[in-house]
Design a protein around this ligand. Structure first.
Ligand code: FER
Length: 300
């Protein structure tokens, strides 16, 4: 009996590393540190005419290391939360360092990242009562600004591939809700969609994905992640539950954490590595958090 137990625990010891090798890991320490020994992308501020709002509107744009006007790039539209503006990711998330480091390790495809201001109204600053109804409404209005004003501007001014297969949208919180709403609502425009800690502006699942068969056919990647201790997790969970019921492939990644940039930066780190590459949906089950601080969550 003792021998049997010994043999069994030995087998188990062998099995644990083999199992965890199949799990996609979170961002390692240093993923967001400035490295002096590598090439860096560039951040510029752009200004575009918005017919939707009737103003000139600002956005930031990150062009990757080695950017050349002679090449053509895929584009990721990366959206901020309710308390932020086009600079929120830059101030809180250091996306340029995360991406620079991933390029240095050949882990991502070349892409331009556009950081818009997702509050489409005349005064789009994150001041006063950020929860005021007109300000919240402006996050929905941004769908028109994005599709009719910003995307055409980017495609005119930058060397980008303009088909849906080369256009992604992702965001944090209000921007996560926007990404799910706009991405899934415009499958002819976006093949890659990600919501990090998506907010209550996320449409109800039946409205978000009224035609699961179309979503299955058109989406290359649908990413939904959230911190396990974020009180907004219900919006990700209800979306995941519906998608699972309807058999729409997606990654549902729950990690320890709250409603903050630790989760969003890791979301960008993991999501960006999947973009604009062949996708095997059978790999989606490898996105399970297995580190300390949380019991493993079944991908079911
Ligand atoms: C809300 C709670 C949170 C809400 C929006 C948020 C519009 C957004 C949070 C964020 O973007 O960080 O009730 O309603």
């Amino acid at each position: 009996m003792k021998q049997l137990l010994f043999a069994l625990s030995f087998l188990l010891l062998l099995a644990v590393p083999a199992f965890s090798q199949n799990i996609v890991k979170q961002a390692p320490a240093g993923f967001d540190s400035l490295r002096a020994d590598i090439l860096h992308g560039k951040i510029d501020t752009i200004s575009y005419t918005s017919k939707t709002v009737g103003t000139q509107r600002r956005a930031l744009i990150y062009t990757p290391p080695g950017f050349s006007k002679k090449k053509k790039y895929a584009v990721l539209y990366l959206l901020h939360g309710i308390g932020g503006d086009e600079k929120e990711w830059l101030n809180g998330g250091k996306p340029q360092l995360i991406l620079d480091n991933l390029y240095a390790e050949h882990k991502i495809e070349p892409m331009i990242v556009v950081l818009p201001n997702g509050r489409a109204m005349e005064d789009d600053r994150a001041i006063g009562n950020i929860m005021a109804p007109d300000k919240v409404q402006a996050f929905a209005t941004f769908e028109k600004d994005l599709l009719n004003d910003l995307i055409p501007f980017i495609e005119k001014q930058y060397p980008v591939l303009s088909d849906r297969e080369h256009r992604a949208i992702a965001g944090l919180s209000m921007g996560g809700g926007q990404s799910l709403n706009f991405g899934l609502g415009n499958l002819d425009k976006f093949a890659w969609v990600g919501g990090f800690s998506s907010a209550p502006n996320t449409k109800m699942p039946e409205e978000l994905v009224p035609d699961p068969e179309a979503a299955k056919k058109e989406l290359r990647l649908l990413w939904i992640s959230c911190g396990a201790s974020d009180r907004l997790i219900t919006y990700s969970k209800r979306t995941h539950d519906y998608l699972k019921e309807k058999g729409v492939p997606h990654i549902y990644y729950i990690e320890p954490g709250v409603h903050d940039f630790k989760v969003w930066k890791n979301g960008l780190y993991m999501f960006s590595q999947l973009l604009f590459k062949p996708v095997d949906t059978s790999d989606f089950s490898k996105y399970v958090y297995t580190g300390e601080g949380m019991p493993p969550i079944s991908p079911e």
